[in-house]
Structures are given as C-alpha cells and as structure tokens.
Design a binder for this molecule. Structure first.
Ligand code: GCU
Length: 634
C-alpha cells in the first residue's frame, strides 16, 4: 500500500506539511531539509553539510555511515533534495558512494501565465497561487511549499505573471505593488529561486508616464532607467524581466518606423544591466492577422526571419526566448530552426509544461519524450550541435510554462506533476532519458507494482495522444480559443496562420524549397532531409509536405489509411488506459486513484470524439473508405 497521504512529489519524501522558512538562506534551508529527512525517514547515521565554493553544483558522498553534502550555497540545497530523492526512492547506497552533479542550463525558469484576477491563461489546475481580485494575494505556507517543490528539481527562477500584460499587471512595477512583490521574492529566495516579472514593452505608456515607447528616444531610456532603480530597490536579486513584444497584439518596437526587435530589447537591457538583470525577450513574433488566402506567408518561418538576421545586435544581457517548435507547442513539430542559430546572442529554450495543446491535464500526456526529442535534436549547426550541447552556452537558459495552480495536488491531474518534475530534471540534465525520469518520479510517488505500471502509462501517453489527435505533424485541428477537442475547420479560414489545407485529394503544406521554403531555415543536411518528401521522417511528413491521401508510406499503407488506423488505435489505447489504471485500485492512494480514474474516463471520451470527427472529416472529403470496413461516418 502506498503510505502517502497527499499528492505532491516533494511531500512524497517529506510527508509533513512544510513550515514556511521565509527568512532562511538556501543553505540553512538545505540543513533544515536534511534534518527533516533524517527525522521522517529515520535515516541511519548522520549528515554533514559543507558550504564551499560557488555555483549550483553539489557533491554527495557517503563515508563511514555519514552522508556529506557539499557545494555552494544553493548547491547544497540541490544536493539535499537529491539525497532526499535517492533515499525516498528506496535506495541504500553503500559507503564510498559519491555523486557529483551540476546543472546544464544556467537559468532554469518556470513561467507563470497568471493574471491579477486569479485566472491563469492556459491553466488547468485551479487558480493562481499568487494573485486574486486584481492584487497580490497568497498563502505564505503554500508559496514556500511551492518554492521548495521547484527547488527540489533544480528550478532557480520563476516569472510570476502572464506574458500578456494587462493594465492591472503593469502595476506590478509600481510603488503600490513592489513591496508585496518583494515579500514574495523573499519566500522564493529561501529556496534559491529568483523572481522574474513579465512587463509590457509599452509600460511607460500603460502606466501613463509617456505617450510613446519609442526605443530611440531619450525619454524612453530615462524612464526605464529610473524604473529599474525603483524595482531593484525593492527586489535586489530580481533575475530580470520577461517581455512578449510585437506578438499577438502586444506592443513592441515594430510600432516605431525602422525599429527592430534588438532596438526594443536593448532599450530595456541597458536599463537593467547596472543591476545585473536580464531581459528575457520572446521570439514568438509572427503576423497574427494573416489572410488565409495568402500562401506566401508561412507562420513557422516568422521567428527566424525576424531574429536570425540581427544576431549580434543584442546587448549581452538579452536572452531571446524561443519556443521549442516553430509553431506553437503542438504535439509534434520540428525543432525551431532558430535554436542555436544565433551564436552571438544568448537564447532560452521555451517549453510548455501546461497542457494547452496536449490534453489540458485531462488527457494523460507525459511530455518528457517530446522535450527530449528537442534536446537531442542535432541541428548540424556545428560539430557538437544537439540542442543539449548548447545548454549553458548559446542556449543559456530554459523556461517552462507552468502547469501549476492552487489545486491541492498542484497540477489538477495527479500524474501531470510528472511533467513539472521532468522539466526540472531535463533543465538540470538535458540528456536524461525520459524513461529514467518517469521511473524516478514513480519511485517517489508510488510503491510496489504501481511504479512500473504508471511509468509505462506515462511513457506510452504522448504517442497515444498523438495517435488520436494530429499525427504525422499535421498540427492545428483543435477547437479555436479553447484548444481542447477537434474542430477540423476551426483554424482553417482564420487569421492565425494555422492551416492544414485538406481538400479531396491531399493534406498538408509544402514547406520544401518548392513550397514556402521553411525547410531551408535548417542547416543543409537537415534542410535536405526535411525538404525531400521521400526522406522526411514520417512523423513530420505533413508538417513539411503536402501529401496525397493515396501516397504509400513506409509501412505500405496509404497516408489516409494510416491516419484512419492511428485514430482507431489511439482511441482504443485511451480506453485501455482506464483498465491499466483500474488494476491499481487499492495499490495507490485513494485520492490519487479517484483523481486519475475520473480524468482517464474523460480522456477516453475525448479520444472517441477525436477519432470520429477526424476520420469522418477525411472520409467525407476524400470519399475513400476505411480498408478494414470500420464505421467512420454515420
Ligand atoms: C499561445 C497561447 C496563448 C499565449 C501564447 C504565447 O498562442 O494560446 O494563450 O499567450 O501562446 O505563448 O504568448
């Protein structure tokens, strides 16, 4: 039987509710964590904590029954958590054991898309942990517990508010709200986590101080300089600001004739530089008012076109934040060609932990395999050119859009916490195999046979989700705005640049050199592969190519039959998940069991809907029946 009585993985190895230790330094927190660990797990022998040197790495050693944790001030905290995971996972390392570890990415960041009214953009786990009713409002204990949860997997920064900055959130950088931001920062600081604030590029205008946000004007520079002095007088260790500019109706430097993204980013960067801060500047810049009839514009090309030509123009403290794919967090996309392609500019890789397009924490979708595909992707931009090889260098940072909220289990779906865990693990160690991470998380959360069963469910889940939604890189087939459930034409005649262009004979967009030429944004060997319909990996076929339904795939089946089959398969697999989980009744905590069982039922219903809408849509268009004679359209 599982002996845990709540659903956070950190509590899994420290079952008592955490006391907020707001005033402690990370090293004192580390000491307290170890003391708790010893008490709760009745660990034999003693521990010794040594703070030496700088940095976030740590060394764990066991000698004559004594566990020694050494490292810099935050290093020992990560070491303490690592030891906790080790022991809670049931391991009993012998004397002589040593483990040396250091993080790959410098800044390992969680981005909250929380609004001041307490709602969360694309949030599926309750309301904001930080805001409600237009102001800052939180439980100190819960925030401490959250900081601790993040620190336990090595996260060292958190942006607390939405990248879409509305007027109420613009006030976060005013004397009204900065004292409360500072109080929040103090809680996170005790766990080695630094704050980031999302700010609008047009803050001076939003706050009523200037009539423009022209990056070339002395007024703008003065405003930002003074504002940064104010912000840092309250939060001296703020890691920086996060800015979504010229993106989905957010203001930006493009509004000013002749200005580019570097002009905007550098304006803020110069003001924050004396305080040691960074500007995380998002590259999600594209025309969101496209005419669907326009076949020249191709949204996946946009970020590269906007940023690649101005490599070298950015201030050293600008970090360009690039989504993992060129579109927008779809279940299968190629890796963004911008990643690693700007050797003279720091970048951050952005993942979406929250399940906007990946099941919204109703459907099970363990994302580490998707992220690992990105991290192990060989850009061929240099000899060691995997995205993971750039970690801490050209891609200095990594950010994940949070999947957490005030639900008691943090993530709504109890198993979605595996994604938060995996994000932290991959940010620390980007080549960790997703199966090992799943295994480790299951080891913390479950006992006995449940560990293996859940691990396999997690590992199968991404493919299952892909099978019944948009396989072969098709993308965009979701209900507009909500992004859950199928709507074949929902985005087809819209302005968002998101089309599959299915007709009675074929589907997909030709992005090869004879089409939009998107494939040419990759280094030559990759461009050649993607640009050739016969060599393109089939899982991305419809991303890069327009293919006829009758086209034969490697399996010998036609494209359309493959799509039909995958949808029948995916829906059946979703149904099977219910039984796989059902077998664990009594073997896992009752609350977790009920939570997951309820979501798996909804997932199976969603999968059926996807199967039938998808297959019916293509059957009606093509008139080609399923070879197996299954019922498609009634
Ligand atoms: C997606 C998402 C938006 C979000 C945007 C972003 O488009 O649907 O809600 O604001 O990404 O990353 O900025």
């Amino acid at each position: 039987m599982c002996d845990i009585n709540n659903t956070s993985f950190a509590d899994c190895w420290l079952p008592r509710a955490a006391q907020a230790r707001v005033s402690l330094s990370p090293q004192d927190t580390a000491r307290a964590e170890l003391a708790d660990l010893w008490q709760n797990l009745a660990v034999a022998g003693s521990f010794d904590l040594r703070v030496e040197g700088e940095g976030e790495g740590y060394l764990l050693e066991k000698q004559a029954g004594v566990w020694r944790v050494s490292g810099g001030a935050t290093g020992v905290l990560y070491g303490a958590h690592s030891l906790g995971f080790l022991l809670r996972g049931g391991e009993q390392p012998p004397d002589g054991f040593t483990l040396r570890s250091a993080p790959a990415f410098t800044h390992r960041i969680i981005n909250h898309w929380d609004n001041m009214d307490g709602t969360i953009e694309r949030g599926y786990a309750g309301r904001s942990l930080f805001f409600s009713g237009g102001g800052i409002s939180y439980s100190e204990e819960r925030i401490y517990h959250y900081a601790r949860l993040l620190a336990s997997v090595g996260v060292n920064a958190v942006a607390i508010n939405n990248v879409n900055v509305r007027p109420d959130a613009a006030r976060l950088i005013t004397p009204d709200l900065l004292p409360q931001v500072a109080a929040l920062a103090a809680i996170f600081r005790s766990c080695g986590v630094r704050l980031i604030l999302s700010v609008s590029y047009a803050s001076p205008v939003m706050l009523g101080d200037l009539t423009h946000a022209d990056p070339r004007s002395g007024e703008s520079a003065r405003w930002w300089g003074e504002r940064m002095n104010l912000i840092y007088s309250h939060v001296p260790d703020l890691l920086g600001v996060l800015i979504k500019a010229d993106s989905e109706n957010q203001p930006g430097p493009y509004q000013y004739d002749g200005c580019d993204q570097a002009d905007g980013a550098n304006l803020v960067a110069k003001a924050i530089a004396p305080h040691g801060g960074f500007v995380f500047w998002r590259c999600f810049v594209y025309n969101c008012k496209q005419d669907w009839r326009d076949r020249e514009t191709d949204r996946p090309k946009a970020a590269y076109e906007a940023f690649r030509p101005i490599d070298g123009k950015f201030a050293p403290n600008v970090v360009l934040q690039v989504k993992n794919g060129p579109y927008d967090f779809q279940i299968r996309e190629p890796v963004s060609p911008l990643l690693g392609a700007m050797p003279n500019t720091a970048q951050a890789l952005e993942f979406q932990i929250t399940g906007e397009y990946t099941g919204q924490q109703v459907d099970l979708c363990y994302l580490a395999p998707l992220w690992s595909d990105t991290l192990t992707f060989d850009t061929r931009l240099r000899e060691k050119g995997r995205v993971a090889d750039f970690a801490g260098g050209a891609v200095s940072s990594i950010a994940g859009v949070a999947n957490t909220g005030d639900d008691s289990n943090w993530c709504g779906h109890a198993l979605a916490a595996a994604n938060l865990f995996a994000f932290g693990r991959l940010a620390w160690s980007p080549l960790s195999p997703p199966e090992d991470i799943a295994g480790q998380w299951c080891g913390l959360m479950f006992n006995g046979e449940a560990r293996g069963v859940v691990q396999n469910m997690l590992l199968d889940s991404r493919r299952i989700y892909e099978n019944y939604t948009t396989p072969l890189g098709m993308c965009w087939f979701v209900t507009p705005h909500y992004h859950y459930g199928p709507d074949p034409l929902g985005y087809e005649f819209s302005k968002w640049g998101t089309y599959h262009r299915a007709d009675r004979r074929a589907v997909g967009i030709d992005r090869s050199p004879s089409g939009t030429g998107f494939s040419l944004q990759y280094a030559p060997p990759v461009a050649d592969l993607y640009g050739d319909i016969d060599r393109c990996p089939e899982e991305l076929l419809l991303f890069f190519h327009r293919a006829e339904y009758t086209r034969k795939l490697k399996s010998g089946k036609t494209l359309l039959q493959t799509l039909y089959d995958l949808h029948f398969l995916g829906a059946a697999q979703a149904e099977e998940l219910i039984a796989r989980w059902g077998a664990l009744e009594g073997a896992v905590d009752a609350e977790i069991f009920a939570n997951v069982a309820e979501r798996l039922r909804r997932q199976a219903e969603n999968a059926r809907q996807w199967r039938d809408v998808f297959n019916t849509f293509f059957f009606r268009l093509s008139g080609i029946p399923d070879e197996a004679g299954r019922v498609i359209s009634i």
